[in-house]
Write a protein that binds this ligand. Structure first.
Ligand SMILES: [Zn+2]
Ligand SMILES: [Zn+2]
Length: 339
């Protein structure tokens, strides 16, 4: 005889196959599973008053022994609530292991790093810059192999590709790798929305430097549309004045300016696992490294070529950071943000 447990099992299978669904689809799938069970067993009593979050809580009790969990996140662009099934580790090496090779995962992590450390919080990189990240990966990928892997990251829901051809982090990555992103980029790159406290990679920032207020687009809309007069939740500047509305600073692809991807790239000190992490003795904070820059033409040519040697490693270029005339990388970032 079909039971409520069968509805739950059918529902979990449908979520497992989709990984991430909208609030609307989450509830619809459960209703369809319920209807299918009712068709077989019309007398089956099912609680139809259950909300999506109650359903999620009930499912999570069943998933707990499997180290799986359903979590929610709001789509950064539309504000639509999403439900996603994630496993407890939150580490890219584990999350991508069933679909990708070790070198493809290294490629993914290198792209994520460039997205997280993008200039002016643009949280996106061009196709050429993304392909360039495959150069140091061993065994070496051809350009078409790297393009194929990049496409796969998009179709599997790890990355988004915009109409401008720029890659950014998709909701699946924000959700499944949220802990990894927080732990890896907490002092540099990882920012949260001032309103909902979730990770933010697209939205808007208070223009009143050095105020750190940042809001998702939809959080900003909700914040601004519910009142005639509103002020920055941090610095209390009046945001509702028409002149001030225009001064809000974009975060995400909108912030990406022409030529950003030709600038020297920033690296975390521990970005290559075989290298030792460097620590700034004064602050005891990790000191991000910067790769040696190459002329634009050389870089472009490098992305085209499949036979060229990989770029200089971090160790080879690290001497540049020791030059006393050069400000440290965190100082550069502060300068850039003030502009
Ligand atoms: Zn928010
Ligand atoms: Zn402010």
């Amino acid at each position: 005889m079909v039971s409520v447990n069968d509805i739950d099992r059918l529902f979990l299978q449908s979520i497992l196959s989709r990984r991430i669904v909208s609030d609307k689809l989450f509830k619809l799938l459960w209703m369809k599973c319920k209807d299918a069970a009712k068709a077989v067993n019309p007398g089956l009593e099912v609680d139809v008053t259950e909300t999506s979050d109650q359903l999620m809580g009930r499912m999570n009790k069943k998933l707990d022994p499997l180290n799986l969990e359903i979590k929610t996140i709001y789509d950064e662009h539309s504000g639509i609530k999403l439900y996603g099934l994630i496993n407890g580790t939150g580490d890219p090496n584990a999350q991508l292991a069933t679909s990708y090779t070790v070198s493809e995962i290294a490629f993914f992590k290198a792209i994520v790093q460039q997205i997280m450390l993008g200039n002016d919080e643009c949280y996106s990189i061009s196709s050429m810059a993304a392909l360039r990240e495959s150069n140091p990966i061993k065994p070496k990928m051809t350009k078409s192999q790297a393009e194929g892997v990049l496409n796969s990251f998009v179709t599997s829901g790890w990355l988004l590709k915009s109409s401008r051809g720029r890659y950014s982090l998709a909701p699946r990555t924000l959700m499944e790798l949220g802990l990894y992103l927080k732990n890896t980029y907490d002092n540099d790159g990882y920012v949260e929305c001032t309103v909902c406290m979730e990770i933010l990679t697209r939205g808007t920032r208070c223009w009143n430097s050095p105020c750190q207020a940042r809001l998702h687009h939809w959080c900003y809309d909700r914040f601004s549309k519910t009142r005639a007069e509103y002020e920055c939740p941090r610095c209390r500047e009046n945001w509702s004045l028409p002149a001030n509305k225009e001064r809000m600073i974009p975060i995400g692809e909108e912030a990406a300016k022409e030529g950003y991807d030709d600038l020297p790239r920033r690296r975390r000190a521990d970005s290559e696992e075989e290298d030792e992490m460097e620590v700034d003795e004064d602050t005891e904070e990790e000191r991000p490294q910067r790769k040696k820059s190459a002329p634009k033409k050389g870089r472009a040519a490098q992305a085209e070529s499949e036979d060229e040697e990989p770029e200089p490693t971090q160790t080879q270029s690290s001497a540049q950071n020791d030059d006393e005339d050069e400000p440290s990388q965190p100082a550069r970032r502060r300068i850039r943000r003030k502009v």
